[in-house]
Design a protein around this ligand. Structure first.
Ligand code: DGT
Ligand code: CA
Ligand code: CA
Length: 579
């Protein structure tokens, strides 16, 4: 995947911040800041410039050294310098630099004296009055820091997609009876299916009027009204989620939908193409001079600049516009392409239903196969299986498969990857399974190098099929592990094993950009539910959304394969003799 200028600028900006935190030479810090600015506003994509052999070091503020780094970032999304700075700095430290009242010197004091490296820790420490006694701080500055940290956390608060889904359902039901409303569509990041949303944007085709505005602000979950007017009303719901309503005429709906779906970067790029064709695109339509030539539908807007309609999940200006122009947009995977699920639990470990109940639920969800992958013994809190219990489950599945129809259970395990890269169960037993799903559940804070090595070693075990939830993050409680995902993806290709996109609402792990890297490297991804109850199979939808943001097609998805082909693919990951 080629990285956009904005991505490259973000890398340089982070480098500048980390250098600043490490108290590097001020000229050096400024050099990265200036380069970030140049690149962010440069009209041509750096990737294109490189592709046509343009000289990067002839750009203002960019010398040989920075030019080399730009090339590196375009290729792999990061550069050695950033990787090194990250692994030698505490995670979250750059967030502190964004809090007003804090510069590098004070951040250093907070870190070295009190171990504070995140805004949350800062807020806690200020509330516990631990900061006032540091040299250079006092009760007043402690109070101001508490407010600034709280404000920062409030602004940066994002909502996992699955958490807002029930609110969206309630809003849509409510809007169905709104006066004079012809159409309602969720726009913004929710429509693009970003894993988290900052707020909700709802586009309404209607005749604007005071009755409609009153109706919108009367939604039962509204806590406060930020602004109201005929075409735009914004409210905050109980719990803090903001909702922006925009009311537009039916004839402008397509143009407004393109605009409010965003992303900003995507629509700015569309407008640039329009300009080059002497057209103007705005939220009301597409214009040649004063003549309106399109805007009723989204397709008409894209069509006016010679492009096919682009799925919302791709609208991030990460190459989708070029792909649309070249006729190479991916045909994105859909939920109905999934023929099975390769990660599910039963009562044997921490699931809540029996083998049979899980099998019936999978069948009812339209699946043809379901892999049972309970935890292994190391995960004692989840009642993980020891060799004896796994052997018994293998027999139980064989027996149950005899009497099931329309659904096949595959024999698997979610085996713990030990800190040294060994697996938690003996090879000879694992060899009796259809697939081995390996997962990291302990020692999540290892250094990037050690965590990566651990996973590569696990992949090299004789039986290893799929790496589960690679980053280990949990929304709201745990950030991602430090990992070299590019290396892991390359290794998976060489080893011939697979990666999982875990669809649990709190996980959604792998990330969209990682899915895309896997696809480009030719590594298939399993979109798995990680169900602990039959009803959890609905989570597959969320995984599919994330996969679509990662440009995956059905052909890139392991569990889109029919059972026979899948068995052959899995068998190759299991080298020992099979029954
Ligand atoms: P979020 O809410 O942070 O998850 O992300 P979005 O993409 O939903 O952003 P939001 O809610 O600020 O605005 C919704 C869409 O409206 C956004 O994707 C593009 C459009 N939009 C809003 N403000 C601007 C703007 O200043 N310029 C452009 N080009 N588009 C804008
Ligand atoms: Ca939004
Ligand atoms: Ca908004």
């Amino acid at each position: 995947m080629s990285r956009s200028n904005a991505d490259i600028a973000a890398v340089f900006e982070e480098v500048a911040e980390l250098l600043e935190w490490q108290q590097a030479n001020a000229f050096r810090v400024r050099a990265y800041r200036n380069a970030a600015r140049t690149i962010a506003s440069w009209p041509e994509a750096m990737a294109d410039l490189i592709a046509r052999d343009g000289r990067l070091d002839e750009l203002p503020t960019i010398g040989r050294d920075l030019a080399g780094k730009i090339g590196e970032i375009v290729r792999r999304g990061s550069c050695d310098l950033l990787d090194r700075l990250r692994s030698s700095s505490p995670p979250g430290i750059t967030d502190l630099l964004h809090i007003s009242g804090l510069g590098p010197r004070r951040v250093h004091a907070l870190y070295h004296e009190l171990g504070i490296h995140t805004p949350t820790q800062l807020l806690d420490a200020a509330r516990e009055a631990r900061i006032r006694s540091l040299p250079g701080f006092g009760p007043r500055s402690e109070q101001r820091l508490a407010e600034a940290a709280a404000g920062y956390l409030e602004r940066s608060r994002r909502w996992p997609l699955a958490r807002v889904a029930p609110i969206v359902d309630a809003l849509q039901t409510w809007l169905r009876t709104a006066p004079g409303v012809a159409r309602v569509v969720m726009a913004g990041s929710f429509r693009r299916r970003r894993e988290t949303v900052g707020d909700l944007d709802i586009l309404i085709a209607a005749q604007p009027g005071p009755a409609l505005t009153r109706y919108l602000t009367g939604f039962e979950q509204v806590d406060s009204i930020l602004s109201r007017g005929p075409s735009r009303t914004s409210v905050v719901l109980h719990g803090g989620l903001q909702v922006d309503f925009r009311v537009v005429a039916a004839t402008e709906f397509g143009a407004a939908l393109v605009y409010f779906t965003g992303s900003r970067a995507h629509t700015i790029a569309l407008r640039r193409i329009a300009r080059s064709r002497k057209l103007k695109i705005n939220e009301y339509g597409v214009y040649r001079g004063r003549k309106r030539i399109a805007g009723d539908t989204e397709a008409s807007v894209y069509g006016s600049i010679g492009l096919p309609w682009i799925p919302p999940e791709l609208r991030e200006n990460r190459g989708e516009i070029e792909a649309a122009r070249d006729g190479t947009l991916p045909k994105l995977v859909q939920r109905r392409d999934l023929r099975g699920d390769l990660h599910a639990h039963t009562q044997a470990s921490d699931g809540r239903e029996s083998l049979e109940q899980m099998a019936q639920a999978a069948k009812a969800a339209g699946l043809k196969y379901l892999a049972i992958t309970d935890h292994s013994r190391r995960l004692a809190i989840a009642n993980g299986l020891d060799p004896g219990r796994l052997a018994a489950q293998i027999d139980a599945i064989d027996q149950l498969n005899e009497k099931l129809s329309g659904i096949v259970l595959l024999k698997g395990i979610e085996v713990d990857i030990l800190p040294d890269g060994r697996l938690d169960l003996p090879d000879a037993l694992l060899a009796r399974l259809d697939l081995v799903v390996g997962a990291v559940h302990s020692d999540l804070e290892l250094s990037r190098a050690r965590q990566t090595t651990r996973i590569l070693r696990a992949m090299d075990r004789p039986n290893f099929s799929i790496l589960a939830h690679p980053n280990g993050r949990l929304f709201g409680s745990r950030g991602p592990c430090q990992l070299d995902m590019d290396l892991i993806i390359d290794h998976a290709r060489e080893r011939g094993c697979f990666l999982e996109l875990d669809s649990q609402p709190d996980r959604l792990d792998m990330f969209d950009t990682q899915c895309r890297r896997a696809r480009e490297a030719g590594v298939m991804v399993a979109i798995s539910s990680d169900a602990h109850h039959g009803s959890d199979l609905r989570w597959l939808e969320l995984g599919v959304d994330q996969a679509r943001r990662g440009w995956l097609q059905a052909g890139d998805v392991l569990n889109a394969l029919p059972l026979g082909q899948l068995r052959r693919m899995l068998a190759r990951t299991m080298t020992q003799a099979r029954k």
